[in-house]
Design a protein around this ligand. Structure first.
Ligand code: NAP
Length: 295
């Protein structure tokens, strides 16, 4: 079994991005600029946004954090989005999810201008991706595709089984892997909570992607010998031995599955770091599309 090291791969990609940015800055251009809107003080969201800002520093980007308390009303949030849409200094921005219950997430997602939607969540980007047009690709599935590519794992003609059909992981990943061409051409099956005989389906996978949010759900008996296993799951489970009081758990029972598969992503250190890295890549793309503009 070979470990797919998302952390090392992400570090290498961020260094590639930083090189490109350094060249642009040396040529007198300004730095790419990513903004993030963070609502409230959820521990997970705080960590994600902190890691995104750190990644901006590593890539040589400028970053701006716009914070609101969790009782912010929808109109205020929409006004902040409008401001970022219009701000010529911002290349792209994200609104960290989840949002408090009183805010309509879909409305917020659709308020972000598609040209600045570096998370790739706006229906315009989702639609463009699904018909193979240039777009901002959703970061987590794009990170998985990039990992497979960098580890020389072809998807052509492979049976890919994705467990989970969310709008941010399962659906866009299925769409990417079924596209014609390199890093696509897979035969994709998407499973969910109504799938019958899940084990029979997952055992047929050359590449199995678990994106359910159910710690340790995928056990060795659900995996074909030699399969490639991608674990997207990231659930905080209580762990008194940790200073934080929790540890991150994937959807795959790593101990048993790693004995049987050919490749596997760890949690943490697998898909997670790649997601942030793809956000950086989308921000660079947004900057380049806007022509870099002078310093
Ligand atoms: P989600 O929106 O909660 O969707 C979970 C999916 O899993 C749903 O489609 C659900 O089916 C399916 N599912 C749940 N239990 C199942 C079961 N017993 N059998 C078959 N299917 C089942 O989740 P998400 O947002 O995609 O996130 C999934 C996991 O990935 C979470 O742990 C999340 O934290 C993690 N994640 C990680 C990253 C990263 O960067 N590493 C990014 C995004 C998400 P139904 O549709 O029928 O309900």
């Amino acid at each position: 079994m070979e470990l797919i090291d998302g952390k090392a791969t992400a570090t290498a990609i961020k260094a590639e991005i930083a090189d490109k940015v350094a060249q642009k800055v040396a040529a007198g251009e300004r730095r790419p600029h990513l903004a993030a809107i963070l609502v409230g003080h959820d521990g997970g969201s705080e960590t994600y946004v902190r890691n995104k800002i750190k990644a901006c520093e590593e890539c040589g980007f400028q970053s701006t954090l716009v914070r609101f308390e969790s009782d912010v009303d929808e109109a205020t949030l929409l006004a902040a989005i409008d401001e970022l849409n219009k701000n010529p200094e911002i290349d792209g921005f994200i609104v960290q999810l989840p949002l408090p219950k009183h805010i309509d997430e879909q409305k917020i997602t659709e308020a972000v201008h598609p040209d600045k939607d570096v998370d790739g969540f706006h229906p315009v980007n989702v639609g463009r991706q699904s018909i193979g047009l240039p777009c901002f690709a959703s970061a987590t599935p794009a990170g998985i595709v990039e990992l497979l590519k960098r580890y020389g794992i072809s998807t052509r003609g492979k049976n890919v089984v994705i467990v989970g059909r969310s709008n941010i992981v399962g659906k866009p990943l299925a769409s990417m892997l079924m596209q014609k061409g390199e890093q696509g051409d897979a035969t994709v099956t998407v499973c969910h909570s109504a799938t019958k005989n899940l084990c029979d389906v997952t055992r047929n996978a050359d590449i199995l992607v678990a994106a359910m949010g159910r710690p340790g759900f995928i056990t060795a008996d659900m995996v074909a010998p030699g399969a490639v296993v991608i674990d997207v799951g990231t659930t905080r489970v209580p762990d008194a031995s940790r200073k934080s009081g929790f540890r991150l758990s994937g959807d795959v029972d790593f101990a048993s599955v790693s004995e049987k598969c050919s490749y596997i992503t760890p949690v943490p250190g697998g898909v997670g770091p790649m997601t942030i890295c793809m956000l950086m890549q989308n921000t660079l793309l947004a900057y380049e599309r806007r022509g870099g503009i002078g310093a």
